[in-house]
Design a protein around this ligand. Structure first.
Ligand code: MG
Length: 128
């Protein structure tokens, strides 16, 4: 059985998507990207066996991150979902947790911090 290792980045801000993808690729992660929930769900539908983690923006056109999170977790609970957003309020973090998010990253952090966080959360998944 192969280990799922792709990371899907869902963000409508192209600059953030490009930068995040670069940081992850430098660390040899395979990445997929899209800019809205409908595309994200169809990519996941097709490639869920390969996707380990979804880095998910909250503020998106159409479906928001919470709705997408709920959809992903109802069908594919093993896929890790980390909310990725400029929002950093307790209520948002709490809401994400209640809906099954595995983690929360605030966009102001550096590329190195993103890598460290993702390595750590993937490691925890493998050890459980
Ligand atoms: Mg956004």
């Amino acid at each position: 059985m192969s280990v799922a290792k792709k990371i899907l980045i869902v963000d409508d801000e192209e600059d953030i998507t490009i930068l995040t993808e670069k940081f992850l690729q430098l660390e040899n992660y395979d990445t997929l990207t899209c800019s809205n929930g409908y595309d994200a769900l169809s990519i996941i539908e097709e490639k869920h066996e390969d996707i380990a983690l979804v880095l998910l923006d909250i503020m998106l056109p159409g479906m928001n991150g919470y709705e997408i999170l709920t959809e992903i977790k109802s069908k594919y609970p093993k896929i890790l979902v980390v909310l990725f957003t400029v929002k950093n309020f307790f209520e948002d973090i709490q809401r994400g947790k209640e809906l099954g998010a595995d983690g929360y990253l605030v966009k102001a952090i550096s590329g190195n911090e993103i890598i460290t966080y993702i390595k750590d959360i993937l490691k925890k998944k493998i050890n459980n």
